[in-house]
Design a protein around this ligand. Structure first.
Ligand code: ADP
Ligand code: MG
Ligand code: ZN
Length: 477
């Protein structure tokens, strides 16, 4: 029997506001434990939360970017549970009336476009962080993260493969980063994803029983864990057994999911409207102002790059995956307007370098302006493409400009035909046997002579000139 996977993702994005969602404490990362706390985020009796307007505005940006409807009135609710990282004994979240609903994003999988529905987006507060001393019966809690703003984005069960779910996740990450509302770091946990997956016989309309996978902190893990879970569920169904609805934990070392707990139900949390917070009212003027201020989003930018610069869709996809990278590309173009050449250098050399050094585009050692100057030197024949690659490496190491490296190292291409003619004459004189063979019809030897000239000129002779001069001088006398 053939099975079809059904996948829906719940994504938590930590918002990059300066202060927490209901108090003025800093959200800065890395401070000593429990220094960014106050009576409000520690849940002392008698204190009152005050909603951070920036949190609402950031959430509205995300809602509009994903084509959601923003509700005129929404509410905060208390989600009640006990855990040592939750000082109040409840998390302030949104439940029955979230701020936004009914959105969608388009994702591309193997060249085909799919629409993934967004069920809802809501705001909530983060919990604190527990750490456990290995080998000692001690646990510590740091409340600095308590009250840091999060948005949860719940998707419809619209993905039909781990690749589609991965593409959706990448798309959402690109959007939050374009909007400047979240840094989108899966490894550090500022962008977290729980994946819900079930399978059903191909062609069936009803959904199967799902499991929820947690602890997915890289794109690779999301796709691998989904693949594993799909196979596991298939085996269960093939054996005639039933999948149990539960929460499972991905174990990246053992490459498998493990049962963590049976799935909790919404009624277990005893949600109720938070009496300390008024209903949130958003008027259309505010919505329209936020809409006007939205930047060009990844999907639009990609379309524009293909239309305006005639780039292959593959290039446009990579260049627009990150707003800063797209800006880097366009800054280069303002200096050197050859889109495909610039794209090749960015995708090949620059991204290769950044990946190797684990750097982001913001940390590039070669500015867009400097890269463009290098490409101009290739374009006007000052250096060959091959030399350019080595100049690029030296620019990365020294931070010097291309022109300076070319001048100081004497790397300029030799385009003086007199100089090349001299080198060619010497080489022909030094290799009489090969010259004779060439003139007797072994014209394949041209490559040998070109190689000798290039060796002699340390790769700096203009290749076209070398070829022309060699052919002329090798003609039968
Ligand atoms: P909960 O509140 O229990 O987390 P939700 O209704 O919020 O449940 O759904 C959570 C996620 O699970 C959503 O992304 C949704 O698309 C997905 N989902 C729901 N049913 C299924 C199913 N049968 N198979 C796969 N995913 C599902
Ligand atoms: Mg949920
Ligand atoms: Zn506080």
């Amino acid at each position: 029997m053939k099975f079809e996977p059904v996948i829906g993702l719940e994504i938590h994005a930590q918002l990059k506001t300066n202060t927490k969602i209901f108090c003025g404490c800093s959200t800065a990362f890395g401070a000593p434990p429990n220094t960014h706390t106050c009576p409000v985020c520690l849940g002392m009796p008698g204190v009152l939360p005050v909603l951070n307007k920036k949190v609402v505005e950031y959430t509205m940006r995300m809602a509009l970017a994903t084509e959601c409807t923003i509700e005129a009135v929404s509410r905060f609710a208390r989600k009640n549970y006990f855990y040592p990282d939750l000082p109040k004994g409840y998390q302030i979240s949104q439940y029955e009336l979230p701020i936004a609903r009914h959105g969608k994003v388009a994702v591309e999988v193997n060249g085909a476009t799919h629409r993934i529905g967004i069920t809802r987006i809501h705001m909530e507060e983060d919990a604190g962080k527990l750490s456990h001393d290995p080998g000692r019966p001690v646990s510590r809690v740091d409340f600095n993260r308590t009250g840091v703003p999060l948005i949860e984005i719940v998707s419809e069960p619209d993905s039909r493969s781990p690749q589609a779910a991965g593409a959706y996740l990448r798309q959402l990450r690109a959007i939050v980063r374009y909007l400047g509302i979240c840094d989108g770091n899966l490894e550090e946990g500022s962008f977290r994803c729980d994946a819900n997956v079930s399978i059903r016989p191909a062609g069936s309309a009803a959904f199967g029983t799902r499991t929820e996978i947690k602890n997915l902190n890289s794109f690779k893990h999301v796709e691998k864990a989904l693949q594993y879970e799909i196979s596991r569920q298939q085996e269960i169904l093939m054996d005639g057994d039933a999948v149990i609805q539960e929460t499972r934990l991905w174990d990246p070392e053992k490459n498998r999911t493990q049962s963590m707990r049976s799935k909790e139900e919404a009624h277990d949390y005893r949600y109720f409207p938070d009496p300390d917070l008024l209903p949130l009212v958003i008027n259309t003027d505010w919505i329209e102002k936020v809409r006007r201020d939205l930047p060009e989003l990844p999907a639009e930018k990609k379309k524009r790059f293909v239309a305006e610069y005639h780039l292959p869709s593959y290039d446009a996809d990579i260049l627009t995956s990150d707003r800063e990278l797209a800006e880097y590309f366009e800054t280069c173009l303002r200096e050197f307007n050859e889109p495909k050449a610039v794209s090749n250098w960015i995708m090949g050399s620059l991204l290769g370098l950044l990946n190797a050094e684990g750097k982001s585009i913001e940390q590039t050692p070669i500015s867009a302006f400097d890269l463009a100057q290098l490409l101009k030197l290739v374009d006007d024949g000052t250096i060959s493409g091959k030399i350019a690659k080595s100049v690029f490496d030296q620019m990365a190491q020294t931070g010097q400009s291309a022109r300076r490296i070319v001048e100081e190292k004497g790397l300029a291409q030799i385009s003086d035909s007199g100089a090349i003619e001299d080198v060619v004459s010497n080489i022909l004189a030094a290799n009489p046997t090969e010259v004779k063979a060439y003139r007797n019809g072994k014209t394949k030897l041209l490559g040998f002579f070109v190689g000798q000239v290039m060796k002699e000129t340390r790769g700096q002779a203009n290749p076209k000139l070398v070829n022309d001069i060699l052919r002329k001088k090798l003609e039968p006398e």
